[in-house]
Structures are given as C-alpha cells and as structure tokens.
Design a protein around this ligand. Structure first.
Ligand code: FES
Ligand code: FES
Length: 181
C-alpha cells in the first residue's frame, strides 16, 4: 500500500513552511513532531478531550483561536498561520530566549505547573483568552468566571488549577485594556 501524499504549506511561528509532501490524514501533532522536530506540543489523550495538544491559529486583526492537533489533520492547517509552544517566547538574533511571553512568565511566577505536560496547551489557551480580552474587555467582577470558562477544557493531572487561573488573572489585570473597572 502506498500512502497518498499532498502538498502542504503554512506559516509556523512566523516562518514559512513548505510546500512539503505530507501523507493525507496525518494528524497535525505528528506533522509537527516528525516533519518539523517541533516536539513541544504534547500528546495526551489523543481523542480531543484533554487539550494538551492545543496550538494557536493567528487570524490577523481577529483574535487567535485554539486548535487540537491530535484530532485535526495537518492539511486542515494548509495556508494558515499557527503558533506552537516554541513560538511564544521572544528570541534574540541567535535564537536564544530573550524574554518569555507574559503568560509563560506568569505561570512560572505562580508555580502553576508541576510535571508541565499540560503547560503548552495552557499557554495557548490562556494567550487566546488574553488576546480576546484585549479586543473585548470585560468587567472586573466577571474575570474569574471568564478565566474558568476559557480554560475549562484544559485538563491537568497534577495541580488544582488555582495557580494557573491566578496567573491568568494577574496577566489580565496587568495588560492594559483587558478589564473594565
Ligand atoms: S491530546 Fe489532543 S485533546 Fe488530548
Ligand atoms: S502540571 Fe502535570 S499535567 Fe498539568
């Protein structure tokens, strides 16, 4: 049996990728791991439930969205601009980390994770949430429940979620324009 191949191009972490011949039906997470050596995206349940495997899709002026890479084929992302966990930090000219993103730094400051397996997905989910708030701020009194709703689908086997949620709350309060009042 021969695999059916199809051309695939996208932008990943600001860099054009492709066109590459990629097997039809290959899950996006396998494409990231096996073709691009971007291994930071985590394979958890493999069934679309845990959200460990989430990456972001950038959409110009619209807020980014999350996608689960275990249930979407690589070709679903053809022509899209995506950000994996390797693309959140600011790098210098030598490719070394100059600064973490505000969400990444807040997770460290709050000791939000233990094993860290779920963390790439939480970084993507929290970043999407903050970008949504920048475009559509909410009253201060709704912030905690909004964080819970936004990150509810992300499963962590180690922590009680509280430190993740507290970190995201601090980023929202420190980012101008996210919260009203
Ligand atoms: S590994 Fe993709 S949702 Fe769990
Ligand atoms: S820190 Fe271990 S699964 Fe979340």
């Amino acid at each position: 049996m021969t695999l059916e191949m199809r051309s695939l191009s996208m932008t990943i972490n600001g860099e054009p990728v492709g066109p590459l011949d990629v097997p039809v039906g290959m899950p996006m997470i396998d494409f990231l791991h096996e073709h691009l050596n971007l291994t930071g995206t985590r394979f958890g349940c493999g069934q679309g439930i845990c959200h460990a495997c989430v990456i972001m899709e950038e959409r110009g002026d619209a807020p980014p969205v999350e996608h689960r890479t275990c249930v979407f084929d690589a070709h679903f992302f053809n022509g899209k601009s995506i950000v994996t966990i390797e693309g959140h930090a600011l790098l210098d000219d030598q490719g070394e980390v100059r600064s973490l993103s505000p969400v990444q730094q807040a997770f460290i400051d709050h000791f939000s994770f233990q094993c860290g397996y779920c963390t790439p997905g939480f970084v993507a989910g929290a970043t999407v949430f903050i970008e949504e708030l920048k475009r559509k701020p909410i009253p201060r009194g709704q912030l905690e429940s909004a964080i819970e709703s936004a990150l509810n689908a992300h499963i962590c086997r180690c922590t009680g979620y509280v430190r993740y949620y507290e970190a995201v709350r601090d980023v929202a309060l420190a980012t101008p324009g996210c919260v009203i009042g």
